[in-house]
Design a protein around this ligand. Structure first.
Ligand SMILES: O=c1ccn([C@@H]2O[C@H](COP(=O)(O)OP(=O)(O)O[C@H]3O[C@H](CO)[C@@H](O)[C@H](O)[C@H]3O)[C@@H](O)[C@H]2O)c(=O)[nH]1
Ligand SMILES: [Mn+2]
Length: 880
């Protein structure tokens, strides 16, 4: 007995969770510092090398400098998330040992807003998963807030309350995870274990039948008489209940206090409550924040659990122990009393986690606006708060209806200092910030197994809409009095303030990003240098920052279990989001801010309309705005592609020896930069003489001469007879061509051809002659081309063993390129001949324009199609 007591005492002394610095923190700090040095060098380079007044590209350069300053500031902000990485380890066994019979009550809030957009089957899956936690059922209370005020949702909840009697014991007995029946049966279609195979199929059938009933009711669109009479709750829908105009409806579907409310195994059931807060057109309802605040008050009447978990209806519980793990933080004797909320995703540092709206455990008192204070070391209210409540279900419902009414919040602090904050599209983030600034701490805990899973947007459109709303809300916060640098100054750590800003600045960061994706390609096309040459030492910081930052993010993705492809996709999404959703959010916010400054402080109706549209006319809205977004993406992609191709073509054709602008392509190749630079420069220097092309009219005979400067050069020749004198008199007569060398020796003799193309090697340097003879009675127009391929550097320095193989390759490449160019000219001439034969000149011009634009459109469509395909791929159930 004695030793037992001793062990208990020892156990008592251990904390419920442990905090540990992430491994490699020092290494990361060193690494991040080197990047910072690189960034500083880039600034210095930008500053020292600003083109002087009058020189081209001065303002473009200054713009690059500004964009890079923004990126740098943002990068510094994001460092706060990694600089101080701390990992948390909860000890749920210690929690059981110490507190199993004194566990606090947990209130779980599930929000839904519309039975069409958020189908009742989805909602009840969330509800059922929340009811099946590995936690004493009589201490769980699940509340459904139905902002749609729909009897269809209420009906589904009733069905769920019956099915729960089978589902909960099935989950608990067999350790079923995830606890959403839909997700579970979807992923476990074939059960091997014979012991529970029978039970499995019974439960599955019950689920399918229930789903079928709910879905057929949904199709009918109303509740049949037979169903109506089964529950008194339906009487609430007797009078005129519409989504935006109805009294408060509170129905306790399962009463956890009732000892006769048991599941199929005779165990108590959790409390289950349906809440539709009162809605009247003349009262703003404040969306989810309003719903949450009504729930906080209703729950305080019924179960009053000291811990609140909020789940959106598009999520479900994946880890049945998540409540226990969260409680380890709240109930730790040493530190627990400081913690306001526990977020189950993300990384920790600076005692601060962002409240992300869903999947977050809150301490009721901090959510209700209570300040943290060291001296009233509030422990969790461990005794059952509602044990002595002898009110009947009816009385509880009536009391709840009063606190869920529209007028209840009038002249109170709800939405300001109490509950979730009103007036911001990201109510969660700002609420979290306010709680932290009242002195509370918050933690991120990222369990190995995801605590919740959900339906994340699985199309580009929806993802961009969501990010646009977030980015707009974030930027609003940044511009308001709640800007973390001001509001949080002296209240939360600087690292936490910076961490907040890494999110809040999404929208404005779209501007430097757009600058960076638009201006450099244009400069590349126009040959304006923006980056140092690879041979310059200034090139190093650019290359280092670029390579090391990307390498790090690949490693980070990999460590977190992602693939290279996932990383690559996230990079693409990053650009897409920043140039579309965030940019549009920036514009939206700017417009709103300007209006706000005139109308004083009020929620502009625009906010309401916007959100109402988003929620209720989702399809239409999404299609409309996504088109804008896809157009932006396609335009940017085309701009980049065309500039890139254009610049390369220009360089090859014009053989300009201006190497600066191609520099920016090199880091991507990332190998032997200096060498590559030298070799490419050689390639450009060693361009052959320009193509000699001429179009002439021939009567009888016409001769040309061309000087070949080096022995052994290859001479390329082509000609096409474009047209006879009169287009109505078209003949198939060809021409003769005789080529002679400097000594008069015949090199080529071509007879009666309308077009030809050949090459020969000059055995002697000197003037070669090309003589055409026209034997037809008409004048003919001939397109004639000659070019000589020669590589001067190759001759002189061919001994340089190091370059030789590379030069060989380049020579071949050049040759191929010239052949293509040559071919093109020839083809053009051919086409022209054909065109003249068939059509009048005007028609042809139209056709040409038509083909050109068709090609452009096809390219754009392809681009859009590829982008869409990438995102339309169903991601299925993944983290929200
Ligand atoms: O008038 C409303 C509008 C929405 N909701 C609910 O709010 C939740 C979130 O809406 P959703 O459309 O899923 O938005 P998300 O972008 O996925 O939500 C994220 O971002 C929101 C802030 O923009 C947070 O409120 C959410 O908790 C967070 O999950 C859903 O359960 C809705 O049913 C209401 O209860 N009433
Ligand atoms: Mn959602």
């Amino acid at each position: 007995m004695g030793s037992q007591g001793g062990r208990d005492e020892e156990e008592e002394a251990l904390p419920l969770f442990q905090r540990q610095q992430a491994k490699g923190r020092v290494a990361y700090r060193v690494f991040a510092s080197t990047i910072f040095v690189g960034i500083c060098l880039i600034w210095i380079h930008r500053f020292l090398y600003i083109p002087i007044v009058g020189e081209g590209g001065r303002w473009v350069w200054v713009g690059m400098f500004m964009a890079e300053l923004c990126f740098s500031f943002f990068w510094v902000c994001t460092q706060s998330l990694r600089w101080n990485l701390t990992l948390l380890y909860p000890f749920k066994h210690s929690l059981s040992l110490r507190y199993e019979d004194k566990l606090p009550g947990i209130d779980i809030f599930v929000c839904t807003a519309d039975p069409i957009i958020e189908p009742p089957t989805l909602v009840i899956n969330t509800i059922l998963s929340a009811m099946s936690y590995n936690y004493p059922s009589e201490k769980l209370a699940v509340y459904l807030s139905d902002d749609g005020g729909s009897d269809l949702t209420f009906y589904a909840l009733l069905e769920a309350s019956h099915f729960a009697k089978y589902w909960i014991p099935f989950c608990k007995k067999n350790d079923i995870e995830p606890m959403s029946p839909e997700a579970y049966f979807a992923h476990n279609s074939n059960v091997q274990d014979i012991t529970y195979a029978q039970e499995w199929s019974v439960v599955k059938n019950l689920y399918e039948e229930m789903k079928e009933r709910i879905e057929s009711t949904m199709e009918r669109g109303n509740i049949s008489k037979e169903i109506r009479v089964k529950h008194r709750g339906f009487s609430e829908w007797n009078c005129n209940v519409t989504k935006k105009d109805h009294q408060s409806i509170v129905q306790i579907v399962l009463d956890g206090r009732d000892e006769t409310a048991v599941d199929n195994n005779g165990y108590r059931l959790p409390t289950l409550v349906y809440v539709a807060r009162e809605k009247r057109p003349q009262y703003p309802h404040h969306f989810k924040a309003g719903a949450m605040n009504a729930l906080i008050r209703v729950a305080s009447e019924i179960s009053n659990g000291p811990i609140i978990l909020n789940l959106d209806c598009d999520m479900y519980v994946n880890d049945s122990d998540a409540i226990r793990e969260a409680l380890c933080f709240f109930m730790d004797e040493e530190k627990g009393h400081e913690i306001a909320y526990v977020e189950l995703v993300g990384m920790c540092g600076y005692d601060s986690a962002f409240y992300l709206g869903t999947g977050c455990f809150h301490r009721r008192e901090s959510l209700c606006g209570k300040n943290y204070s060291e001296d009233n070391k509030l422990r969790l209210d461990i005794k059952d708060a509602k044990k002595n409540d002898k009110r009947t279900v009816n009385e509880l419902e009536e009391a709840s209806k009063i606190v869920a009414s529209c007028s209840y919040e009038k002249d109170t602090q709800w939405g300001k200092e109490m509950g979730l904050v009103y007036g911001c599209p990201v109510e969660d983030n700002i609420t979290g910030l306010k709680i932290q600034c009242r002195g509370w701490k918050s933690v991120y805990y990222c369990p190995n197994k995801e605590a919740f899973l959900g339906v994340a947007p699985n199309t580009l459109e929806v993802a961009l809409i969501q990010h646009r709303r977030w980015a707009e809300g974030f930027f609003q916060i940044f511009l308001s009095k709640y800007c973390p640098f001001i509001y949080g100054h002296g209240k939360i750590k600087l690292g936490a303030q910076m961490g907040y800003c890494a999110n809040l600045l999404w929208a404005p960061m779209s501007l430097p990003t757009l600058y960076y994706v638009i201006v450099p390609p244009l400069c590349l096309l126009h040959g304006i240098p923006l980056f140092p040459q690879a041979s310059s030492q200034w090139f190093l910081p650019y290359a280092y920052v670029f390579i090391s930052k990307n390498a790090y993010s690949i490693v980070e993705t990999w460590v977190c279990g992602g693939t290279i492809k996932a990383w690559w996709n996230s990079q693409r999404m990053w650009v897409i989001r920043r140039t579309t959703a965030y940019f549009l959010a920036f514009i939206d916010t700017a417009i709103k801010q300007l209006r706000l400054s005139q109308i004083t402080f009020a929620i502009t109706p625009k906010v309401v309309t916007d959100d109402v549209l988003k929620r209720y006319e989702k399809e239409v809205m999404e299609f409309g705005s996504s088109t804008t977004e896809v157009t932006i993406i396609a335009t940017l992609a085309m701009l980049n592609l065309l500039s890139f191709v254009g610049a390369i073509m220009k360089r090859i054709i014009a053989s300009e020896i201006d190497f600066n602008t191609t520099e920016m392509l090199i880091p991507q190749m990332g190998i032997r930069l200096k060498e590559l630079y030298a070799v490419l420069l050689l390639a450009l220097l060693s361009s052959p003489q320009a193509v000699f092309g001429i179009r002439f009219v021939i009567d009888r005979e016409e001769c040309f001469s061309h000087d070949v400067k080096y022995e052994g050069d290859t001479v390329h020749v082509s000609f096409v007879v474009i047209k006879a004198d009169s287009s109505w008199h078209y003949t198939n007569d060809g021409v003769d061509l005789v080529v002679k060398g400097p000594n008069g020796d015949q090199i080529q003799d071509i007879r009666d051809k309308i077009s030809d193309k050949f090459e020969f090697m000059a055995h002697q340097r000197g003037v070669h002659s090309f003589c055409f003879t026209n034997k037809s009675p008409y004048h003919e127009t001939i397109d004639f081309d000659v070019h000589v391929g020669h590589f001067s550097y190759y001759d002189e320095h061919a001994k340089d063993e190091h370059f030789k193989p590379l030069l060989d390759q380049i020579w071949k490449l050049e040759e191929a390129l010239y052949n293509i160019q040559f071919e093109q000219h020839w083809l053009e001439a051919q086409t022209e001949r054909q065109a003249i034969v068939n059509e009048a000149m005007g028609r042809r011009a139209i056709h040409k324009a038509f083909y050109e634009s068709a090609a452009l459109i096809v390219a754009s469509i392809l681009q859009v199609y590829l982008l869409r395909r990438l995102f339309e791929r169903k991601l299925g159930m993944s983290r929200v």
